[in-house]
Design a protein around this ligand. Structure first.
Ligand SMILES: *[C@@H]1O[C@H](CO)[C@@H](O)[C@H](O)[C@H]1NC(C)=O
Ligand SMILES: [Zn+2]
Length: 334
């Protein structure tokens, strides 16, 4: 499950009108040409590399769930203090925003998430999670280490910066809307470009992969209660059976992507919940269903959402049932 979470829920990786690097860092053309090499050399130095590995392992041993990243946040702030990097805290409960450079525009942000998952680590190794039932199974321990590593290198070059690098340590990426809370707190005001990444087990170590356009889908949840009229299983004519209505709703929902979506515009609708009844001889009053929908554009997302609602309510009507549909408000885990 954890492997999929980063693919599906990471919606904050976008580039907004990136400026040429020469306009934000004061380097000669020769220095500029050497910059990637210099950064890589710097990153490989033990005082950076080993230090980053140490951070990753320490965080891996001490995972904290969404909006509970208090010790993680404290640890990050101690490292920023050590490097002399100023920051604002708290933002969105445990979030931190650091600043490197002139303090003025242009502002370019780099972002990492900090939270872990409610997953039991099963691998026995030296730096296994010390917290039962919690684990950095999504790699956010690595993300924090990488952002601190970038901060360390940029801080050494701070006098060459012609603007400000904004460091965003974000809570609650695992479906609790931490990114939205940070944005609502204004952390992206004046920011012209933002960079984020997610570790991936699909590529060889040392590979960086990207592509133009959207990379991961926006994700929403829906739930519905299908109401009928319960009764005895042997006298169906006196009942309005919500089980048959819900079954048809689920089948109809599965036609949305296959029959209405552009095959080149990937979308997903999955029903993951079907609850109702419990006896062998009783038709229940109601059934609740729920699931997730995903799309790569806002237009497709809105269209899918509208059609999910229509299909559920109208298909319920076919079997004389009523349905109420709810959509997630982004403040609960998916
Ligand atoms: C559905 O809603 C209508 C209007 O409120 C109501 O008259 C009807 O009894 C409801 N049907 C069921 C099966 O709950
Ligand atoms: Zn993740």
């Amino acid at each position: 499950m954890a492997f999929f979470k980063w693919v599906s829920f990471f919606i904050t990786m976008y580039l907004l009108m990136p400026k040429p690097i020469s306009s934000i860092i004061s380097l000669s053309p020769e220095e500029l040409a050497q910059t990637p090499v210099n950064f890589l050399d710097l990153a490989r130095k033990p005082e950076v590399f080993d230090w980053m590995v140490g951070i990753r392992r320490k965080l891996h041993e001490n995972p904290e769930l969404s909006f509970e990243e208090f010790e993680t946040s404290k640890f990050i702030r101690a490292e920023l203090d050590q490097m002399g990097i100023p920051y604002t805290y708290p933002i969105a409960v445990t979030g931190i925003v650091g600043y490197i450079g002139t303090g003025g525009p242009p502002f370019v942000a780099i972002r990492a998430d900090m939270d872990a998952l409610a997953v039991q680590e099963l691998v026995e190794w030296e730096h296994k999670s010390k917290i039962p039932g919690k684990m950095h199974a999504c790699g956010h321990d690595a993300h924090v280490a990488m952002l601190l590593g970038a901060a360390k290198m940029l801080q050494e070059l701070r006098h060459k910066l012609l603007g400000t690098v904004v460091l965003l340590f974000q809570p609650a990426e695992e479906g609790w809307g931490g990114a939205k809370k940070m944005v609502d707190a204004g952390v992206l005001e004046n920011v012209e470009a933002i960079f984020g990444l997610h570790v991936s087990p699909s590529y060889p170590i040392g590979t960086v992969a990207s592509r133009p356009g959207p990379l991961t889908a926006g994700s929403g949840r829906f739930g519905a209660v299908i109401s009928g009229k319960g009764g005895h299983a042997a006298i169906p004519q006196q009942s309005v059976d919500p089980i048959i209505a819900a079954s048809n709703i689920i089948v109809s929902l599965q036609h949305l992507v296959s029959r209405e979506a552009d095959p080149l515009d990937s979308q997903v609708v999955t029903v993951t919940k079907f609850q109702g009844g419990g006896a062998f001889n009783v038709i229940p009053d109601s059934v609740s269903i729920g699931g997730t929908f995903r799309a790569l554009s806002k237009e497709s997302f809105a269209q899918l959402k509208q059609r999910i609602e229509e299909v559920i309510t109208m298909q319920a009507g076919v079997q004389r049932c009523n349905a109420t549909v709810t959509f997630n408000d982004n403040d609960k885990p998916f």
